[in-house]
Design a protein around this ligand. Structure first.
Ligand code: MLT
Length: 409
């Protein structure tokens, strides 16, 4: 019998969305006629846009002919997609990147988790609470979290409370942090950093030789001008920040799988033996060993997101989800709930009535309204007393949920 990775014993038994799915399934079994509206996991419901579908078909046809067939994809991504990303997502922001700083992958979730491979032992890791569970779980799995105290806290993890009092935005740590996870627009709270707020983090990271792992998976939902679409809009970020982006929530690729990570050439890390190494080179080395790239077909489809038609069609979908989010937000406001998010973000973060915990409110919504959401406490202790809903449902289902809530049944 092999020895198991003991770090797994430190994880919660289930991944949050597994628990939500199991509870929903159980309810379905017990109430086979229930018409459940799922606004829990942030999964898209709009089909792929025509420009993307057309690119898929074309790429499949290329793969069907000997002259245009492609074998193993370029390990870190094809140049055509990297160029489209740089020209469309960064150049208009005044951010200059080279193709070797762009890594095409199958998802921002796995990339943020895999990035734990880059860091040696002994770093202090700052993570927001509430948080997208992947950041914490992946650090626990890879043994970066340190010893657990009696109160259940990890020695090397510093949680940054995001509560009403600080508008759900983390405060600069008083004690040193080496690796800092930030997500903006935020999952789950829906809040986003302004340029001025993010600048403080970049300054902190550069001053302390820390690294920011910046999750920008929801940047397509930004509508306010003072919210940056990329951390590289902030001067100095290229020496301290890695950025994770995805086509999932933008172009509806949750089932297709394509994302990209920016690892600037300027970032250096210490090595035990002395001196420094390039993080970009290390990440490249990891890709070469552990990843065989994203399929040509998928990368051609991702490239089509940047065509004139693709951009317009995707924008229509983003507006559709934002409209859902706004409708949910307005509904709960009308019902006198305290509501956050739902602007510049597909997520609505609401305060549950005092008499409920987050999970009790989950049961309450499911049993009384057949609506599934995500309990805030699943994202961390500061999420207790909150509940997350998403604008990613269909407009019909969102309207149905709202009608039920307003009717009180
Ligand atoms: C969420 O609901 O938080 C996301 O869909 C999870 C993910 O992107 O992995």
């Amino acid at each position: 019998m092999i020895n198991a990775n003991g770090n797994f014993q430190l994880l919660k038994t289930n991944y949050l969305f597994q628990t939500v799915a199991q509870k929903t399934k159980q309810y379905r079994v017990e109430h086979p006629d229930a018409d459940i509206v799922v606004l829990g996991i942030g999964d898209v419901t709009r089909p792929l846009v025509p420009a993307v579908v057309e690119a898929f078909h074309k790429a499949v046809d290329e793969m069907a002919k000997a002259e245009t067939f492609m074998g193993y994809p370029e390990n870190t991504g094809y140049e055509f997609l990297k160029k489209a990303i740089i020209e469309n997502d960064y150049a208009p922001l005044g951010v200059d990147l080279s193709p070797e700083e762009v890594f095409i992958s199958s998802g921002a979730k796995s990339e943020t988790a895999n990035f734990t491979d880059m860091f040696g032992k002994g770093n202090t890791i700052a993570i927001t609470d509430p948080v997208y569970p992947v950041y914490l779980d992946s650090n626990i799995m890879s043994g970066n979290a340190g010893k657990v105290s009696y109160s259940g806290e990890f020695g090397k993890i510093r949680m940054m409370d995001c509560i009403e009092k600080n508008s759900f935005l983390p405060e600069i740590p008083k004690k040193r942090a080496d690796i800092i996870y930030l997500c903006s627009p935020n999952n789950p709270t829906g809040t986003a950093f302004t340029r001025k707020q993010l600048k403080k983090w970049v300054e902190y990271a550069n001053k302390n030789s820390a690294i920011i792992l910046f999750d920008a998976a929801y940047k397509a939902y930004i509508r306010d001008n003072d919210i940056p679409h990329s951390i590289y809009e902030i001067e100095g970020a290229k020496t301290c920040a890695v950025e994770f982006c995805s086509f999932s929530k933008t172009a509806g690729f949750t089932g297709v799988r394509c994302a990209y990570t920016i690892v600037p050439n300027e970032i250096r890390c210490h090595v035990k033996e002395g001196g420094t190494v390039s993080l970009n080179k290390m990440w490249n080395r990891r890709h070469a060993t552990k990843f065989n790239g994203v399929s040509y077909i998928t990368q051609k489809a991702a490239e089509a997101c940047y065509s004139t038609e693709g951009k317009a069609q995707i924008e229509e979908n983003i507006n559709y989800y934002l409209k859902n989010a706004e409708a949910i937000r307005n509904c709960f406001k009308e019902l006198k709930y305290t509501v956050y998010g739902g602007k510049n973000s597909p997520y609505i973060w609401l305060k549950v009535p005092k008499e409920y915990t987050s999970w009790q409110f989950f049961d309450y919504l499911l049993e009384n309204y057949q609506i599934v959401g995500t309990p805030g406490s699943g994202f961390g202790k500061c999420g207790e007393g909150y509940f997350r809903l998403t604008g990613f449902g269909s407009a019909e289902n969102t309207a149905k949920a709202i009608a039920r809530l307003k009717a009180g049944k």
